[in-house]
Design a protein around this ligand. Sequence first.
Ligand code: ZN
Length: 140
Amino acid sequence: MMDYISTTEPALKSLLDSARQAAQQAYSPYSGFRVGAALRLTNGEIVTGANVENVSYGLTICAERSALVRAVSQFGPDIRVEAVAIANLNDAPSPPCGACRQVLAEFILPDAPVVFPAADGDRTMTFRELLPLAFEMKLK
Ligand code: ZN
């Protein structure tokens, strides 16, 4: 079931503004796709990231992972993400890719809203909806 949360919520709107600002820092000489992500942590901090491409393509890091690595580096491994906003400067749909969803799963609250550009405008879904079956390590 899709659970849309309004992006008119002021806190999410301001998080989206932070993501748009972060996209200005993107390093994307190969694709020209400029993406920014903003994470709101449960400690109240906002951490942003931009995509950083690489000539080998496969080593490119997305804005979402860029922001997450920065958040852990800055605030330590106990951080929890309570909201995510993603924006790009290309007016293109850009939901978080599969790799970023799995990496976010490590630190995000299941009900955290994730705002991203969709074909029909900005869309908000909970993280649980975006990645219902995240990989988990459960050894017997
Ligand atoms: Zn990604």
